[in-house]
Design a binder for this molecule. Structure first.
Ligand SMILES: C[S@@+](CC[C@H](N)C(=O)[O-])C[C@H]1O[C@@H](n2cnc3c(N)ncnc32)[C@H](O)[C@@H]1O
Length: 221
């Protein structure tokens, strides 16, 4: 089944959407889009408000392992890995798994988890610095929607290029199902450029010939 909620084990995050919306202006958005210290570890108005490891990705890692049948020796890439939390947790949950990450943020990579040191590469999802068919599974969570439509297509094509079997991918992207959800999302979002209804994403996936699994990040009131 291509649509699957692999992040179902993450705790529900309480967001103060009004506070974010009140603080948001062009300068806040410009700073957030640098994906630097302010975005990860600055005040909540600029992004995460402190992106710290707390183990919440461990059950997600377990679900990813079961879903893709991951085993020691297999190679997994997380595109938009940030500080490498999932990279670390996949290796801890499946000893011997060879897990790597790529991210556009040198700040995130320079502040990664000790277990992920040397496994995270600086680069963009649009041009992944890896050979064809070099990974068993490629994931990208809440990342490619930071690119424009053509960038999303290129990123999905890159994921398909570097994975051995095109179905062994997972992507999660920002989406909305109604005008209310779109308004709510626009009040909150700082960095997303492409956010669509699920059916529109599915048609973009087809355009990119993306054959992996997918799911949506949808803000609900
Ligand atoms: C919302 S965070 C998600 C981080 C992590 N995947 C997670 O779910 O916690 C978005 C991540 O995408 C990275 N990013 C943004 N644009 C990117 C690009 N063009 N290529 C690779 N990474 C990118 C950011 O630096 C950031 O780490």
């Amino acid at each position: 089944m291509p649509e699957i909620n692999l992040l179902r084990a993450l705790p529900h995050i309480k967001r103060n959407i009004q506070k974010r919306s009140d603080a948001k202006d062009a300068s806040v958005v410009t700073i957030a889009k640098k994906f630097g210290e302010m975005y990860f570890d600055g005040p909540r108005e600029y992004g995460y408000g402190g992106y710290r490891y707390d183990g919440r990705w461990r059950p997600v890692a377990r679900d990813v392992i079961v879903h893709f049948g991951l085993k020691a020796g297999m190679r997994v890439l997380d595109v938009g890995c940030a500080k490498g939390f999932l990279v670390k947790d996949l290796m801890q949950e499946c000893p011997g798994l060879e897990t790597f990450g790529v991210d556009i943020s040198d700040y995130a990579i320079m502040h990664c988890e000790p277990e992920s040191v040397g496994r995270l590469h600086l680069g963009t999802a649009e041009r992944l610095p890896f050979p064809d068919a070099s990974f068993d599974v490629v994931l990208s969570i809440n990342t490619i929607h930071n690119l424009d439509r053509q960038g999303c297509i290129r990123a999905l094509q890159e994921m398909s290029r570097i994975v051995r079997k095109p179905a062994q991918c997972f992507v999660q992207v920002d989406a909305f199902r109604s005008d209310d959800e779109k308004t709510l999302f626009e009040s909150w979002c700082l960095t997303a450029v492409t956010y669509l209804r699920p059916a529109e994403w599915i048609s973009l996936f087809r355009e990119a010939d993306y054959r992996g699994d997918y799911y949506w990040t949808i803000l609900e009131s």
